[in-house]
Design a protein around this ligand. Structure first.
Ligand code: HEM
Length: 644
C-alpha cells in the first residue's frame, strides 16, 4: 500500500501519472461470499469496522463523526518529514508499536493506520472533500472472505451516499447516491476520466474507448457509435442464434453421453458462447471455442486473467524495468498479447486490403442479409474519411473483445443461477418463451415480445452488476451534490480526487428499491420513488422503458438508480448488443433444457475481477426439457457445427 518516495514526490508535484496504489484492491479474484443471491450487511466479517459499530448506528447519518473523521479536517503539513522517511525503512517495527499502542495487536492494520495517520497529507495532493464523512478501511477486511464491494455496502449504511474511504495513504470517495452519480456521469461528465483504471488497462487496450484520453475518445466514439445500427443488430441477432445452436448441440451431446442427464459448468459454457459471439460480431473471427481450444483462445483468457490480476494488485510492478523479462507471469502476458495482436493485425490488414469506402449512411443501409462480413471492423474500415491507423483499430477491437466477453457471460450465469432458485419467475419466463418463440430461433421482434425475460436479465444485472464498481478521477475542481441527507452545500473536491461509483450499492440500496436483495423481475413494471430525496431523484418510471425507446430498464428510466451500462457520454456502446445476445441465448437454452443446481447454493460463491463471477463455477444438472403439452424440442445433431 505504501508509496515510494519518488511516487510521493510526483504525487505532491501534481503529476497526472500518479502511482496506481491499491485502488481496486477490493476487486480481488477468488474472494468468496457465502450468500450469493441475497448477501446482506450481516455477512460482513467480524473484523470489519461495521461489525463492531454500535448497533444503534443508524443508516444515513453523514454528520456522525467517524473514529477517523478528524483526519479529513487536519491541517496538512507540507514537505517530506524525516520521520516519515524513517518509517518507510522500518514499517514493520513501527506498525507493531503502533498496533500495540492502539491495542489492536494486528500488524497489517497497524501499518495501515500508521501510514494513514502519518502520511495522509504528506504524499497526497490536496484533493479536497474535507467535509465528507470518513471511514477508514482495514487491510484485514480486504484480506478476508469479503470482496471490497460488499464491505463498501456496510460503510454506505453507516456513513451515507458519499463517504471517504482511507486505506493507508490513499483515500477514495465512495458514491452510492443516484443524485451524485447523475452529476458525475452526466451533468459534469467531462470533468472526470477513468483515472487509475486507465493506467491499468492502457498496456492492454492502448487508446481504445475505455482508457483513451479525452481527445482520442471523442474521435473514436464518433466513429464507433454509428457502427451499431439497426441492420447490424438484425444480422447479429441471427448470428447469436447460430452460435447458441452450438451450445444447444454441445449440451445435447453431453446429455446423450450421460444417458439422459449431464453435469455441466454453465459459467464456462456461457464464457465460450460469449467469446465466439464477440469474435464474430466485432471482427468476424470465429474462435469456435465451444468446440475447440486454440492458441488464440488460450491467449485471450491469459490476457483477461492478467487484466484482472492488475486490477487487484497493490503495486504496478509490471512497469518496473525488466519486469516483463524477469517475472514469469509478465513474460507469459507479453507472449499472449503478441498472439492476439498478430491475429488482430492480420484481420485488420485483410479488411483494409478489401476496403470499399462509403459514407456511414450508405454503410448502414447495405443489405446485411447478403454480407459475408457484417462485423464492426468491416464498418470501421469502410467508413469514408476514417483513415484510422492499424494500431488504433487494434486498440478498438481489443477493447470491445475484453469489454463484451466476460460481462455478457456473467449476465447469463447469474440469470440462470437466480432463476433456478425462483420457481415462480422461472415458470413465468418459460411460459413466455414457449408462447412467443417456441422452437424457432428468436428474431429481434421476438425479443420485443418477451418483456418478462428482458426484466429477468435486468434483474440479474441489478443484483450482479458487471462491474460492481466504476472508477473516476477528477480532472478539475468540482462540487459534488450532497445527495440524500448529505451536506446541503455539497462536497467541494479538487483535481486528482479518486472516486468509486458503487453500482452494487446503488442497485441494492434500500432507499431506492423495495426488497433490494430479492430477485423479483416484476419490480421493473412498477413505479417507484422516495420522497426523502425532496424531488431530486425522479424515481423509477416503467413507462420510460416500455413506452420509450428502450427495451430494457436503464439509467434514464431509473434516474441513475440502475446503471448496469453506466450513463451519460461514457455509457457502454455495446449495451444493446449484449442484451440482445443474452436474451437470444437465454430463450433458446431455457426452452430446450431443464437446469438444476448440482451443488448447494452456498458452494457457488462469488469472486470478483473486472466482473462478478462465481468462485467455483456454476455446475448444473442438465436434462432435456419437455414443454407443457409438447414433446422435447427436436434433438440437435450431436455433431457440433464447425462454422456459423
Ligand atoms: C452485459 C454486458 C456488458 C456490460 C454489463 C457492460 C458494462 C459497461 C459499463 C458499466 C460501461 C461504462 C464504464 C464506465 O462508465 O466507467 C461500459 C463501457 C463500455 N463498454 Fe460495455 N458492457 C457490456 C457489454 C459490452 C459489449 C458487448 C461491448 C462491445 C461490443 C462493450 C463495449 C464497451 C465500450 C467500448 C465501453 C467504453 C465506452 C466509452 O467510454 O465511450 N460493452 N460497459
Amino acid at each position: 500500500m505504501q508509496l515510494t518516495l519518488r511516487q510521493a514526490a510526483q504525487a505532491r508535484a501534481g503529476q497526472t501519472q500518479r502511482p496506481c496504489v491499491a485502488p481496486l484492491r477490493g476487486l480481488r479474484p477468488l474472494a468468496r461470499s457465502a450468500s450469493p443471491l441475497q448477501p446482506s450487511t450481516s455477512s460482513l466479517s467480524s473484523s470489519s469496522p461495521l461489525a463492531r459499530a454500535p448497533s444503534s448506528a443508524s443508516p444515513l447519518r453523514p454528520g456522525q463523526p467517524s473514529r477517523n473523521a478528524r483526519i479529513g479536517s487536519r491541517v496538512v503539513p507540507q514537505g517530506i518529514d524525516p520521520l516519515a522517511v524513517g518509517l518507510f525503512f522500518a514499517p514493520g517495527l513501527a506498525a507493531l508499536v503502533y498496533a500495540y499502542f492502539r491495542g489492536k495487536g494486528n500488524m497489517t492494520d497497524g501499518l495501515s493506520h500508521l501510514l494513514t495517520e502519518v502520511s495522509q497529507g504528506y504524499f497526497q495532493p490536496d484533493v479536497g472533500g474535507k467535509n465528507i464523512p470518513v471511514s477508514q478501511g482495514e487491510l484485514s477486511d480486504l484480506a478476508g472472505d469479503e470482496p471490497l464491494f460488499k464491505a463498501l455496502y456496510g460503510w454506505f449504511m453507516q456513513y451515507g451516499g458519499v463517504y471517504k474511504l482511507a486505506f493507508g495513504p490513499k483515500a477514495f470517495i465512495v458514491i452510492s447516491d443516484p443524485v451524485v452519480v447523475r452529476h458525475i456521469m452526466k451533468d459534469n461528465a467531462f470533468n472526470y476520466d477513468k483515472g487509475v483504471l486507465a493506467e491499468i488497462l492502457e498496456p492492454i487496450m492502448g487508446k481504445g474507448l475505455i482508457p483513451a484520453d479525452l481527445e482520442t475518445w471523442k474521435v473514436r466514439r464518433r466513429a464507433v457509435v454509428p457502427a451499431f445500427h439497426r441492420q447490424y443488430y438484425d444480422a447479429m441477432v441471427e448470428m447469436f442464434g447460430r452460435c447458441t445452436e452450438r451450445s444447444v448441440a454441445h449440451l445435447d451431446w453431453e446429455i446423450t453421453a450421460g444417458k439422459g442427464k449431464a453435469t455441466v459448468d454453465m459459467e464456462q459454457e456461457f464464457l465460450s458462447l460469449g467469446l465466439d459471439i464477440i469474435g464474430l460480431g466485432v471482427f468476424n473471427f470465429d474462435f469456435g471455442s465451444i468446440n475447440k481450444q486454440s492458441p488464440v483462445i488460450k491467449a485471450v483468457y491469459g490476457v483477461l486473467k492478467e487484466a484482472e490480476h492488475r486490477s487487484t494488485f497493490y503495486l504496478p510492478y509490471w512497469n518496473l524495468p525488466l519486469a516483463d523479462v524477469l517475472v514469469p507471469r509478465q513474460r507469459a502476458f507479453r507472449a499472449d498479447l503478441a498472439v492476439i495482436n498478430q491475429c488482430l493485425d492480420d484481420l485488420i490488414r485483410r479488411a483494409k486490403d478489401t476496403r470499399v469506402e462509403e459514407d456511414p449512411e450508405v454503410l448502414q443501409n447495405r443489405d446485411y442479409s447478403k454480407l459475408k462480413d457484417p462485423s464492426l471492423l468491416r464498418f470501421l474500415v469502410d467508413m469514408r474519411g476514417e483513415d484510422v491507423t492499424n494500431k488504433q483499430l487494434r486498440d478498438d477491437l481489443m477493447t470491445m473483445l475484453i469489454a463484451g466477453h466476460e460481462t455478457t457471460a456473467a449476465v447469463l450465469t447469474w440469470t440462470l443461477f437466480a432463476l433456478v432458485q425462483a420457481p415462480e419467475a422461472e415458470a413465468r419466463v418459460l411460459e413466455e418463451i414457449d408462447r412467443v418463440v417456441g422452437d424457432r430461433t428468436p428474431t429481434l421482434d421476438d425479443l420485443k415480445a418477451m418483456p418478462y425475460l428482458r426484466a429477468c436479465l435486468g434483474e440479474s444485472l441489478r443484483l450482479y452488476p458487471q462491474p460492481p464498481i466504476l472508477i473516476r478521477r477528477a480532472l478539475g475542481e468540482d462540487v459534488l451534490p450532497g445527495g440524500l441527507k448529505g451536506d446541503p452545500n455539497g462536497y467541494p473536491i479538487g483535481k486528482g480526487a479518486d472516486l468509486f461509483i458503487s453500482v452494487w450499492n446503488l442497485h441494492r440500496s434500500p432507499y431506492l428499491w423495495k426488497d433490494p436483495d430479492v430477485f423479483r423481475p416484476e419490480r421493473f413494471f412498477e413505479a417507484n420513488s422516495n420522497p426523502d430525496f425532496g424531488g431530486q431523484w425522479a424515481g423509477y418510471r416503467p413507462d420510460a422503458v416500455t413506452g420509450g425507446q428502450a427495451l430494457y430498464p436503464n439509467e434514464v428510466a431509473s434516474d441513475f438508480a440502475f446503471i448496469p451500462f453506466g450513463g451519460g457520454p461514457r455509457k457502454c456502446v455495446g449495451d444493446q448488443f449484449a442484451m440482445f445476445e443474452a436474451t437470444v441465448a437465454a430463450a433458446m437454452l431455457l426452452r430446450r433444457f431443464s437446469f438444476k443446481l448440482a451443488v448447494p447454493v452456498e458452494k457457488v460463491g462469488m469472486a470478483t475481477g473486472a466482473t462478478i463471477h462465481t468462485a467455483n463455477g456454476l455446475p448444473m444438472t442438465v436434462t432435456r426439457r419437455v414443454p407443457p403439452g409438447g414433446s422435447p424440442a427436436p434433438q440437435q445433431e450431436a455433431k457440433v457445427p464447425a462454422a456459423v
